[in-house]
Design a protein around this ligand. Structure first.
Ligand code: SF4
Length: 488
C-alpha cells in the first residue's frame, strides 16, 4: 500500500483535501469506531462481558497500531484533526513506525490555523470583535464597500429579547428525519454497548448525511432564521430548540460547510423578508465565534486544558448526569442535554456554565462533562468555550470578564423561575435561589481577583453595598447549599 489515509469521525467532508491525489489502486482509507472514544470522558467500572467484539475497550491508537502492522503502508495522510490529542497520537505513531506523514490543512474553515496565528501575533488578549470585523472585510461578507451593511457591526441590543410573560407561541417544529436501517442499527448498538451511559436515544433526530444536513439548513432559513436574532438568548421550559438552527453537530462533523451555510443565509437576505439583525447574528456565530474558537484553541493548546484561574476544585454535582434537581432552570437545561445531546448557547453559558462557575467546579471536569454529553462537542470547540468563555479559567485570555449573574438574569430571559420552588430575588434564607446565593458568595470569595477586572466594577460595588449581617446570611446559606449540593 502506498498511502493510508486516516479519516476521523468529525471529518465527514465530501470535499476533504485528504482525497486529493487519492488512487484507489494504491491507497486505502482508514476509519475506526474506537470504544475508547465513547467511554474516555465517562469513567465507570464495566464488567468484562463474554463475546466482546474485537475492538472492545480499545483506543484509536491501539487499533491504528495494529492496522499499521497488518497493512504496512508507505505513508500516512490525514487532515488536521480537531483535537490536539489526536494530532499528537498520529505524529508519534508515524515516527514510531518510520512512516512519512502528510497533514493537510483543513479547508472546511474560513481561516487556516496559520492565518489565525498571524492575527494573534503580538496580541496579549484576543478580541472576537476585532477578529470578526477582519473576516467580514477580508471575505467581503455583509459589506457595503468598506462599511458594514446596515451601517453597524453589531446588533446585540436587538438580539437579547425574552418572550416576556407571553408563551413563545407556535414555532414550527424543526425538520424531522426518518431513521433508516444504518441509523437504527447504530442506535441499537449504542443502546446495547453503552446502556449504562447517561443520555437516551429515544428522541434521536439529527441529520446523518449531507442531504439531510442541507435539508435542515433550508428548514432553518425558511422557518426560524427570521426570529433567530431577536430571541437567540431566550429560554422556555420544554422548548429546547426555539429559533435555533440545530446545525452545530452537522457543521462540526463537516456534513455541511460554514462557507456554504453563510452564503445561503446571506442569499436569503436578498428577498428582504428576514430582519438584518437575524442575518448578522447568525453570521457572527459562524464566521465570527466559531472561527475564533477554533483559532484560539490551536494557539493555546497544549496546556490550556489545565488553566484554573479561580483555583476551582469542586466536583461536578450529580444532577448534571440525571437532571435530579429542584432548580427548574438547571433541570430543564439538563433534560435537553439528556434527551437531545443539546442545549442552546444561553442554557450552556448562563445556566449550566454559570452554576459551575459560581459553585467553583473544577473547569476541566466541566469540560469533560461537555465532551461526554453534547453531540456537537469536539475538543477545539468545547475547550475554549467552556474553560475560556464560561468558566474564565484562563484569567481573561478569551473574554474580558467572567460571565456572572444572579437568578435575576435567568428570570428575565425565561419562564423558569415561575415554576421553581426557589425565589430568584432572595439570596439568603431557606427559599433563596441557589444562583443568587452563590453569585454573591462567588464575588465575595474571589474579591482579590475580581477587583482587578475593570468590567466587574459595577458588580463589585453591588457586593460592597451588602452589610455584614446580609453577607453572613448569604454565606450561611452558601454553606448549606454546598453541604447538600446533590439534593438542592
Ligand atoms: Fe433557577 Fe433560581 Fe429561577 Fe429557580 S429561582 S429557576 S434556581 S434562577
Amino acid at each position: 500500500m502506498r498511502n493510508l489515509v486516516l479519516l476521523f469521525g468529525d471529518q465527514l467532508d465530501h470535499h476533504s483535501p485528504v482525497f486529493e491525489n487519492f488512487d484507489s489502486r494504491l491507497d486505502e482509507i482508514w476509519m475506526a469506531e474506537a470504544d475508547e472514544e465513547f467511554t474516555r470522558m465517562w469513567v465507570h467500572y464495566h464488567q468484562l462481558e463474554p463475546g466482546r467484539p474485537r475492538d472492545k475497550g480499545k483506543s484509536l491508537e491501539e487499533i491504528l497500531t495494529r492496522d499499521l502492522h497488518e497493512l504496512e503502508p508507505e505513508k500516512l495522510t490525514c487532515v488536521q484533526p480537531g483535537e490536539f490529542r489526536l494530532l499528537d497520537m498520529v505524529n508519534k505513531l508515524a515516527k514510531k513506525n518510520n512512516l512519512d506523514l502528510e497533514i493537510k490543512e483543513d479547508n472546511h474553515f474560513f481561516y487556516s490555523i496559520n492565518q489565525f496565528k498571524e492575527f494573534a501575533n503580538g496580541k496579549k488578549n484576543l478580541l472576537l470583535e476585532t477578529f470578526y470585523r477582519q473576516l467580514r472585510k477580508e471575505f467581503g461578507i455583509l459589506m457595503d464597500g468598506k462599511q458594514p451593511m446596515g451601517k453597524k457591526w453589531n446588533f446585540d441590543k436587538q438580539n437579547r429579547d425574552s418572550f416576556g410573560r407571553e408563551d413563545p407561541g407556535k414555532i414550527k417544529s424543526p425538520r424531522s428525519f426518518t431513521t433508516d436501517k444504518i441509523t437504527s442499527g447504530a442506535i441499537d448498538l449504542v443502546n446495547q454497548l453503552y446502556a449504562a451511559h447517561p443520555g437516551n436515544l429515544d428522541h434521536f433526530d439529527l441529520p446523518v448525511n449531507r442531504d439531510e444536513a442541507l435539508a435542515l439548513s433550508r428548514d432553518f432559513i425558511n422557518h426560524r432564521l427570521e426570529h433567530f436574532g431577536q430571541y437567540q438568548d431566550a429560554m422556555w421550559t420544554g422548548k429546547p430548540f426555539l429559533y435555533h438552527s440545530r446545525l452545530s453537530a452537522a457543521l462540526n462533523v463537516k456534513l455541511i460547510s460554514p462557507k456554504e451555510l453563510v452564503s445561503k443565509v446571506i442569499e436569503s437576505s436578498f428577498k428582504g423578508e428576514i430582519p438584518f439583525n437575524s442575518i448578522e447574528a447568525f453570521v457572527r456565530q459562524v464566521l465570527g465565534w466559531r472561527e475564533f474558537t477554533r483559532g484560539f484553541y490551536w494557539t493555546r493548546e497544549p496546556g490550556y486544558v489545565d488553566s484554573n484561574f479561580f483555583n476551582a476544585l469542586e466536583p461536578l454535582p450529580s444532577f448534571y448526569w440525571d437532571a435530579n434537581t429542584k432548580m427548574q432552570c438547571v433541570k430543564d437545561s439538563i433534560l435537553n442535554v439528556i434527551n437531545h445531546g443539546y442545549s442552546h448557547h444561553i442554557q450552556r453559558l448562563m445556566v449550566l456554565g454559570l452554576f459551575c462557575l459560581l459553585l467553583g467546579v473544577d473547569p476541566k471536569k466541566f469540560h469533560e462533562w461537555h465532551l461526554a454529553m453534547y453531540n456537537d462537542a469536539i475538543d477545539w470547540v468545547s475547550l475554549p468555550n467552556v474553560l475560556g468563555m464560561s468558566q474564565y479559567a484562563d484569567g481573561g485570555l478569551m473574554t474580558s470578564k467572567p460571565y456572572t449573574a444572579s437568578g435575576n438574569y435567568i428570570n428575565k430571559m425565561s419562564n423558569y423561575c415561575k415554576h421553581c420552588e426557589y425565589r430568584y430575588r432572595e439570596s439568603s434564607g431557606n427559599k433563596a435561589c441557589p444562583f443568587s446565593t452563590l453569585y454573591y458568595e462567588f464575588l465575595y470569595r474571589n474579591q482579590d481577583k475580581l477587583d482587578d477586572i475593570n468590567r466587574m466594577n459595577f458588580q463589585m460595588k453591588n457586593l460592597n453595598r451588602k452589610n455584614r449581617r446580609e453577607m453572613e446570611n448569604i454565606l450561611e446559606r452558601g454553606r448549606f447549599l454546598r453541604e447538600n449540593i446533590n439534593n438542592i
